[in-house]
Write a protein that binds this ligand. Sequence first.
Ligand code: DOR
Ligand code: ZN
Length: 339
Amino acid sequence: MESITLHNPLDMHLHLREGEILKTILPYSTDTFLGAVVMPNLKQPITDTRLAEAYYETIKKIANDFNPIMTIYLTNDLKKQDLQQAISKGFKILKLYPKGSTTNSSNGVENILDHKMQQILEIAQDLGFILSIHAESSGFSLDREYEFLKVFEYLSQTFPKLKIILEHMSDHRSIKVLDSFENIFATLTLHHITMDLDDLLGKGLNPHYFCKPILKTKKDKEMLLNLAITAHPKVSFGSDSAPHLLSTKLSSNASAGIFSAPFLLESLAELFEKHNALANLQKFISDNAFKNYNLSFKNQKTIVLKKQPCIIPESIACMDDKIIPLHAGKTLQWSLDKS
Ligand code: DOR
Ligand code: ZN
């Protein structure tokens, strides 16, 4: 095949940050995606409608044709009126970070199963929210997602009408939960379906492959890849592209996050072609998300990829520092047709 046409690509899990970093990285997503679910874990987390509106406007000012799907950072302080206000503005995704689980999660939820949280989730269910979860316990790194699965089982049964998304699924043991509970859905990143622990530490520690949840085993990678290339109907693409400045990536307390935004569609085209699955790419990159999140937008976007090599840059300059993209320096077989 010499060209691929994709309609309305959506990135259902994206970190856009703020200030200079936002300005630097946003074009990498807006060039190829119609919209994205924008994560709320800024330095000052997006914990209410007012903050979400301001963040939305900031993004729209830079990229008017892009559709930011805003998320509200779930805290114990959310009241019924706050949730009603969010829904009235069209902000229908709540993001749950267990306290301390990842970047800027110190305001996260301490006990997901406590009485206050249950009341909030009951209201969220009634109002038609979607609950997106960073699904990690504070246990042993490789078992954090697995240990969290019991929370999904409980929430799914207690709130059967609440759509619950297991973000960046990284463990093959989660697939059973996805398939057993009607209201559980998932997003998959490029890195968790193509890389494993050996990429992170097999040839020396590579901080650019350090993310949360951590890359896992070969079996996890292969089984998750299978969900993607078969376009499992409950799974959407969500890059979890999460830029950090090189200086913080290399510090002793290295930040978790992989900046994959610059070449996502090109990389996915190469991956799906390798597995004879190009026919499923449209569903994985867009159609499943439209259905599962009930989305509609005023505008459309068509992307054409052509069979022509492109090279991922070594780095992207930002704030007297730089950001290193995933697979910096690598040549890909597909490139964006800008004609
Ligand atoms: O690797 C990650 N980076 N995982 C997350 O959950 C957060 C993200 C970030 O914000 O840097
Ligand atoms: Zn994330």
